[in-house]
Design a protein around this ligand. Sequence first.
Ligand code: PLP
Length: 325
Amino acid sequence: MSPAPQDRWVFHRGEFVRASRAGLGPGTQALHYGTGVFEGIRAYAAHDGGDSLLFKAREHYTRLHASCRLLRLNLPHTVDELIDITRELIRRNDLTGDTYIRPLVYKLALEPGTPFGVRLSGVSTAVTVLALPMGDYSRAEGIRCGISSWRRVPDSALPARAKITGAYANNALAVDEATAAGYDEAILLDQRGAVAEASTANVFVVHAGKVATPGPDADILPGLTRAAVIRILADEAALTVAERTVQRSELLTADEVFLTGTGCQIVPVVEIDGRPVGDGTPGPLTTLVREVYQRAVRGADPRYRHWNTPVGLTDPTTDRSSAPA
Ligand SMILES: Cc1ncc(COP(=O)(O)O)c(C=O)c1O
């Protein structure tokens, strides 16, 4: 059985420790200045019941390395090492069902001789990886979105393509506004007033059988789920997704809108700013993508096996002797 949250193993500053013992000092630099980067990765119970499968682990850790370069974070583990740490963490925690993994790399402490203040150089780096059980929370019946009055932070101010902790205050403001207004989620526009993305997901629109999603110049995080969906639509429906400017008015007149992200996976949007999307129910392309994606993440589709990394739940070399009973 998986341990209680305080007893869970975390990988913290080079070793596996209990969550309750993974402390950080009040001087932790990333806490003051938002100078950390992170990833969100899912592992899924395999369709044949034998193992757990990390989804696009290599791509997530490659993106984490890129985010670190932007913030001058000295990540001491290779992509392969990070994958191994993650597999070990899942095994130690006995996370046999669907799991969410949160790797975090952040500025820790001023190095000797570095003066107090906001900076990227002269500050040490720390790595923490958490894993927790997380099932499918996306709503098959669809969600209601509001278009945020908060604009997406432009790349010229804070790069959206890196998952920088401090930047998520922008997303939190948008979500807060949307939920206070009774919506489930926010869709943010970029500085031009074109569609950027949702708080932690990319946006797809369908018009008369054509599919579009905002391009990499729209201040989006180019999601790994987004890339998977572009592939799936090509394979399953012979559709080429247009990566282009998507106007706000296109959202309000679309036949289908759906969001993609590691956390929410594929979620239909059935209402935007009080107007139904299409007939107000999930559309056929959205439903198709949801189904193919669910098979892919569980290793049930041979075309997409290269996206799955087995955890090795029964690996005999895992030290489970110190795991809670
Ligand atoms: C701002 C933002 N956009 C998009 C996404 C979707 O990215 P991915 O599909 O790689 O999870 C996320 C989630 O990581 C996000 O935080």
